[in-house]
Design a protein around this ligand. Structure first.
Ligand SMILES: *[C@@H]1O[C@H](CO)[C@@H](O)[C@H](O)[C@H]1NC(C)=O
Ligand SMILES: [Zn+2]
Length: 307
């Protein structure tokens, strides 16, 4: 019996050995690193429908089903728990009754967690790129399909909302509670509670979220399951440069605080046979010159007349 326990303990230690762990490119460059970088990720990571991708506006097909989202419970005040999970900083949102619907999602999706990706330098930290442009950070809010009685298609299990983050000169008060908590979770596996705050205050205002991209993809960390309906908003969140720097300054990948957490960004994946859609941003019409607007209106009128 004791021998069996000892063997089990050994097996456990072997399994949690860092040599078999996945990591980001920057971590593979550390001396004596044995972790598996993005090229060696296993599971579904070599699949055909992977994320992130470069989103090309001119190639994204406008889709009138991509209506604005309804956010439920995003305005509640809470002391959210935040954790350094070895790879990112993650806020738990599960079981708080926050959900989204609309936006051509096949049902309601419950918010489970929020996390970010970033680099130390600017313009290096987003996972998706838009027309080849990389942003300073990217924030992901992960949602899972709520039970509806119908069978859930595997590829529709999750809906991730992605927000680009752009650094500037203006303080973002909505981000401050998270940023103030970062020094308390420097080491992996540590967690703390934020001061009372609302998720809604971290996002651009609702009407700025009408313009977004939609495609079918995967998680951007192993096992890279191809179960994600992606929504990438065009309007970036704006935070102050100092707020941005707090992430890589305070957070570490390792227990010994040898490597600051940064560059937690998966390289771009191939679009392959997939089509990217984009919502019809109503506000865009306002920027067209008047003659173009008239032609559009006339075309619309004639089209509806002929129907
Ligand atoms: C609109 O997008 C949905 C995915 O959200 C897709 O299934 C549908 O075929 C698209 N429609 C058009 C007309 O492109
Ligand atoms: Zn992510």
């Amino acid at each position: 019996m004791q021998l069996l326990l000892a063997l089990l303990a050994l097996a456990y230690v072997a399994a949690s050995d860092s040599s078999s762990q996945w990591c980001y490119e920057i971590q593979t460059k550390q001396p004596n690193s044995h972790c598996l970088g993005p090229q060696q990720w296993t599971g579904n990571c070599k699949g055909e429908n992977q994320s992130p991708i470069n989103l090309i506006i001119a190639k994204a097909r406008v889709n009138y089903s991509l209506t604005p989202f309804t956010f439920v419970g995003y305005n509640q005040m809470k002391r959210w728990t935040v954790k350094n999970n070895h790879h990112t900083v993650m806020m738990s949102l599960e079981g708080e009754g926050m959900c989204i619907f609309g936006g051509d999602l096949p049902g309601r999706y419950e918010a489970t967690q929020l996390h970010l990706h970033w680099s130390e330098e600017q313009n290096r930290g987003s996972e998706h790129t838009i027309d080849g442009k990389r942003f300073d950070m990217e924030m992901h809010i992960v949602h899972k399909k709520m039970a509806s009685g119908n069978e859930v298609q595997d590829s529709h299990k999750l809906a991730v909302l992605a927000f680009m983050v752009q650094v500037g000169e203006k303080m973002n008060e909505g981000f401050q509670p998270l940023i103030e908590a970062l020094p308390s979770i420097s080491k992996p596996n540590s967690n703390t509670a934020l001061k009372e705050s609302r998720l809604q205050d971290m996002l651009p205002s609702n009407e700025k979220l009408y313009y977004y991209f939609r495609y079918q993809g995967s998680l951007t960390t192993p096992n890279c399951d191809e179960t994600v309906i992606w929504t990438v908003f065009k309007e970036p969140i704006k935070i102050h440069k100092d707020q941005f720097l707090e992430f890589s300054k305070n957070l570490y990948y390792d227990e010994d605080k040898k490597l600051n957490m940064k560059g937690n960004v998966r390289p771009l994946q191939h679009l392959g046979r997939r089509q990217v859609f984009r919502s019809h941003a109503s506000g865009r019409l306002l920027f067209l010159p008047l003659p173009a607007l008239l032609v559009l209106t006339l075309t619309h009128l004639v089209a509806s007349f002929l129907q």
